[in-house]
Design a binder for this molecule. Structure first.
Ligand code: CP
Ligand code: NVA
Length: 302
């Protein structure tokens, strides 16, 4: 059963899915393509956007979604992931999961007979990357030849961006403090995609270098869910990487600012930038639903 655990799982169909998302957003889609279908949504971590956009998205496609907090599931009391996968597969047509460990999602997908969609793990956030790319297309016109820069932690969000950018013909730079570089396997795969597509990936702690010729500046929280114990140290290490007006002025004129949200104003980004004219954060949040409707259609339509 094919699943969306990583951007790599859709590497040959990223453009197709994004094109579908644009059509769905424009209302060019048959009525209720997922009528009678149910999506189980397992959450081991908090969520606003992912939970609501998947729930409303399923409803708008004619199906329904069931919210399952891992605290309430038997899984939270130690029932094996494999049994959870096999049992849920008898009831529902797809499973979306936000998990603490990426390996748990791999285990779930291994034993499920229905598609599993990654709604964020410690390693990747592929649905966010798709929504981000839809937003870039809308604001910058195209992907090919553009350059994006992620300023901050080499985390789940930046990992998925590193994989998706070269697949769409974009260069990507990542400016992070030493010691916060992205996962090595992700970087290796991203570099392979970049080589195949003649694009460039740059990982550096030199903010000025990273921001050269950049059309979209991204950041994310310095302390992701699960990293709370490191909060104090991270606030010190990331302080020079705050996205403020001076930093934005190093990117191209007209560059857009993006953030997956939730954001902490005054920490990874100033209010002036995130609430200013270059920011497209609410379009980006809205696009979670349109991109995910395309994913749900792609994986769950007969
Ligand atoms: N961007 C994102 O995934 O938001 P939530 O944590 O609110 O789902
Ligand atoms: N990197 C953040 C993203 C939240 C949507 C986290 O994992 O907490």
């Amino acid at each position: 059963m094919s699943s969306l655990l990583s951007v790599s799982d859709i590497k040959d169909d990223v453009k197709y899915i994004l094109d579908l998302a644009s059509k769905i957003k424009a209302g060019e889609m048959e009525e209720k393509p997922l009528e009678g279908k149910t999506l189980a949504m397992i959450f081991q971590k908090s969520s606003t956007r992912t939970r609501v956009s998947f729930d409303v998205g399923m409803y708008q496609l004619g199906g329904r979604a069931i919210f399952l907090s891992s605290n309430d599931l038997q899984m939270g009391r130690g029932e094996p992931i494999s049994d959870t996968a096999k049992v849920l597969s008898r009831f529902v047509d797809g499973i979306m999961i936000r998990a603490i460990k990426h390996s748990d999602v791999e285990e779930l997908a291994k034993h499920a007979d229905v598609p599993v969609i990654n709604g964020l793990t410690d390693l990747e956030h592929p649905c966010q990357a798709l929504a981000d790319m839809l937003t870039i297309k809308e604001h910058l016109g195209d992907w090919e030849g553009k350059k994006i820069c992620f300023v901050g932690d080499g985390n789940n969000v930046s990992n998925s961006l590193l994989l998706i950018a070269p697949l769409l013909g974009m260069d990507m730079s990542l400016a992070c403090p030493k010691g916060y570089e992205p996962n090595e396997d992700i970087l290796k795969t991203a570099q392979e995609y970049a080589d195949d597509n003649n694009t460039e990936i740059t990982i550096t702690d030199d903010i000025g270098l990273a921001l050269q010729n950049v059309d979209a500046v991204f950041t994310d929280v310095w302390v992701s869910m699960g990293d709370e114990a490191e909060a104090k140290q991270r606030e010190i290490d990331f302080a020079p990487f705050q996205v403020n007006s001076d930093l934005m002025s190093l990117a191209n004129d007209g560059a857009i600012f993006m953030h997956c949200l939730p954001a902490i104003r005054g920490q990874e980004v100033t209010a002036e930038v995130i609430d200013g004219p270059q920011s497209v954060i609410y379009d980006e949040a809205e696009n979670r639903m349109h991109a995910q409707k395309a994913v749900l259609y792609y994986y769950m339509k007969d």
